[in-house]
Design a protein around this ligand. Sequence first.
Ligand SMILES: [Ca+2]
Ligand SMILES: [Ca+2]
Length: 268
Amino acid sequence: MQARSLGRLPLPTALTFIALCAACSADMEATNPPPSTSATAGSTGGADGSGGAGGIDAAGGSDAGGGGMGGDPGQGGFGGSFDAPLVCEGMGPIFATHVLATSYGPGQSFGREAMPEIALGPPLGGGCCQGSLDVVSLGDGGLIVLGFEGNAIADGPGADFVVFENAFEIGASQALFVEPATVEVSADGITWAAFGCAGAPYDGCAGVSPVHLDSEVSAIDPTTHGGDAFDLAEVGMSEARFVRITDRADLGSVFDLDAVGIVHPVCP
Ligand SMILES: [Ca+2]
Ligand SMILES: [Ca+2]
């Protein structure tokens, strides 16, 4: 999070509420964010596929993570195969099980020491009016790629997966503290399809809706659990295995990822 641009809020109002969010405060204290500890140099495609986000940290969530780094500059991401592919051995957890790549941008200052666990499993949402602290900040233009052991995201009726950030409503005004990011999906980790994400009201972006879910569940209900829901049909895909989230430095404050969960899981 950063204070310099605050989504839908007039800046004076937004600054008033910065104090409500400890994560925001922590980020504001970081005047010299740590350099990226790139394991593999490579051009990382941004949301528009233009690349150039800097190095990528190999960040396997388990022994199955990492591998296959380097990417295809034309497509972005972590192109190539995984050292140990995500194998389907029965229906797996519905929340992300692996962080497959990260590339932190300037201003990253929260949650990195707790990676990858802090980005995996269910969200610890703070409800309508406060943001979760169980998050990792991506920094300006930063990105993260997540995978799901045992499951793919299937295109079912309506929303198919949900990205949980730490957006929240500000008091009675119900104005939203938003931190937009572009969301992309891929079936192979090489070719990506992006959901459109533009400025206010930020339709199609992640980092917009408060998170009400704060525990493990066997199924995600996008209508009650909060977060930002996405429908594979919107990008013409029937199935996806990977989710890439890229902070939109042009749209304001820095995206903080809590969790990603599948509404319509399928064992591919
Ligand atoms: Ca769908
Ligand atoms: Ca989390």
